[in-house]
Design a protein around this ligand. Structure first.
Ligand code: GAP
Length: 513
């Protein structure tokens, strides 16, 4: 099945099984805003817990906070978001549709890549084992022609983006490449304009009018403005980190790919404060640490890669993305940035408050440098779900849809199923529930055939189904079915808790870090 179709199926699966619903659906939805359902919220909470514990529990020098979404508007001046958090936009006069100019050009670059890949795939099929891809790419006339156009476009685009961006040049590239609006099919484009991504609203009302405040576009600034509070009250010594999980808001223009790019989303960010001059060493350590966190989930090392930034954000002296292989290709999952003293330095200047640290080891005072790790909860959720979703045909020809979620992240850890609804089996099964419910999120289900119940649990990724049958009443054992292998084993009820714990406890993941 084409990856695009898999993705469409995943989106409807998310709705059908209570993971993700379009927001305000009964009013036809709200663009790029989503709600999490009964299973989605459990998966999301487990992801957050995995991240939080890996930061705060496993590092003595990292503490957490929970800062407000509304903050003093000057914070966004200091952070650079008022002046520089912009996307270059262009409108098509015929369709009246608005696009990001940079995305239109990046899509055009991707088209050249597609053309090259198609030529390579065609040749690989034709020549079979004798095919030498490297040689083909460096000699085939059509591939070389596409590659030359692609490289020239990429170079021109990078230059335009690095020059401010140069809005006239971005428009000229769109015209020269003859990029058309996907809706109207015309090249009737407006000028390119900068558009700030922050949502604003008004707070309070005074005689002089209300104060304009922003919905935070990142949680990081809540950490920076509390740096001194935490350092002093926690008696933190550099190097130390502050972690936070919370909502962020961006008025994304190209909001697509489901929960990949949303207007309201959640971030897990950690700002690690270090002595100036040591930031590159910490940047490397955090790159390694964060990749380990991902790989421990067992979703395949080759589904991740680093992508170092050529064009650095206004606050960074080094930056990399951890990219994940989503159904629509490798895309950013997490950002790791060396933010220098940009944020604390600017807050010190604009607030007039000293944000320096006295280093007892060197006897110096300085504004600390900062290395940030920042990952979207929703994007992580999509990575986990898209990797786990599978449609299988079983040996007996039956089909099943299964979510092979990493067991510690699964919304429901075990389902307890009496084989039939009589003969004392439901009562026995309820006792099993009582034994397990304090440690694990379990579901009791006695409706429909056992096969249908298995399918329902497969579809929400429950790692274990525990069936109570007539023998259970006499031998005190139950049948435990494994979601992935579908193999079954008899387990004494008294041993269930330890068996499940060994498979689904979050600590099993944390111990790998
Ligand atoms: N404080 C740094 C910062 O916010 P970013 O690269 O803009 O950096 C960090 O965002 C992470 O937040 C991204 O890697 C992504 O996982 C997530 N993210 C950003 N914008 C998002 C959006 N519109 N929807 C969902 N997740 C988003």
């Amino acid at each position: 099945m084409a990856q695009e179709d898999v993705f469409k199926k995943l989106v409807s699966h998310c709705k059908e099984y209570g993971f993700v619903f379009p927001s305000s659906e009964i009013y036809d939805g709200l663009g790029a805003v989503y709600d999490y359902g009964q299973n989605g919220v459990e998966l999301k909470n487990n992801i957050k817990q995995y991240w939080w514990q890996s930061m705060v529990l496993l590092h003595e020098n990292i503490v957490g906070i929970d800062s407000a979404i509304f903050m003093h508007p000057t914070i966004w001046k200091a952070s650079g978001h008022v002046d520089a958090f912009n996307d270059p936009l262009i409108d098509n006069r015929d369709s009246k549709k608005r696009y990001r100019a940079d995305v239109l050009i990046e899509d055009q670059i991707a088209k050249y890549d597609d053309k090259i890949n198609k030529e390579v795939a065609k040749a690989a099929k034709k020549y079979g084992d004798a095919f030498n891809e490297e040689e083909f790419r460096s000699t085939n006339a059509r591939v070389l022609e596409h590659q030359a156009k692609r490289d020239a476009l990429h170079e021109r685009y990078t230059k335009a983006m690095n020059a401010g961006p140069d809005l006239d040049e971005l428009r000229q590239i769109i015209l020269d490449e003859e990029i058309v609006c996907p809706i109207s099919g015309t090249k009737n484009w407006t000028e390119v304009r900068q558009f700030n991504l922050m949502f604003s609203t008004e707070m309070g009302s005074t005689a002089d009018g209300a104060m304009k405040v922003y919905l935070r576009p990142e949680t990081a600034q809540g950490i920076f403005v509390n740096y001194l509070n935490v350092q002093k009250t926690g008696r933190m010594k550099i190097p130390f980190g502050i972690a936070q999980i919370g909502k962020a808001f961006r008025n994304e223009i190209v909001a697509r790919q489901f929960i990949f790019r949303m207007r309201e989303f959640e971030q897990m960010e950690m700002e690690f404060f270090v002595r100036p001059g040591t930031e590159m060493e910490w940047f490397r350590k955090w790159k390694e640490n964060r990749m380990k966190w991902h790989v421990a989930l067992g979703m395949g090392e080759d589904n991740y890669r680093f992508h170092d930034h050529e064009k650095l954000a206004h606050y960074a002296n080094a930056a990399t993305d951890i990219e994940f292989r989503f159904p629509f290709g490798f895309k950013e999952l997490e950002g790791i940035h060396s933010r220098t003293d940009f944020d604390l330095g600017n807050h010190q200047n604009l607030s007039g408050r000293k944000l320096q640290y006295f280093d007892p080891e060197t006897g110096e005072s300085y504004v600390p440098y900062c290395v940030e790790t920042s990952i979207g909860v929703d994007r992580m959720f999509l990575a986990v779900l898209s990797h786990s979703y599978r449609e299988e045909t079983l040996e007996n020809g039956e089909k099943r849809t299964v979510l092979s979620l990493p067991a510690p992240l699964a919304p429901v850890k075990a389902a307890v199923l009496p084989l039939i609804k009589k003969d004392g089996l439901p009562e026995f099964a309820q006792k099993v529930m009582d034994e397990l419910k304090y440690d694990f999120n379990c579901q009791y289900d006695e409706k429909d055939s056992i096969g249908k119940r298995y399918r329902r649990q497969d579809a929400i990724g429950t790692p274990f189904c525990i069936t109570v049958d007539h023998d259970s009443l006499s031998d005190g054992c139950v049948t435990v079915r494994d979601r992935d292998t579908m193999q079954q084993q008899r387990v004494p009820v008294a041993g269930l808790r330890a068996m499940l714990d060994g498979k689904v406890n979050l600590n099993n993941l944390l111990r790998k870090l």
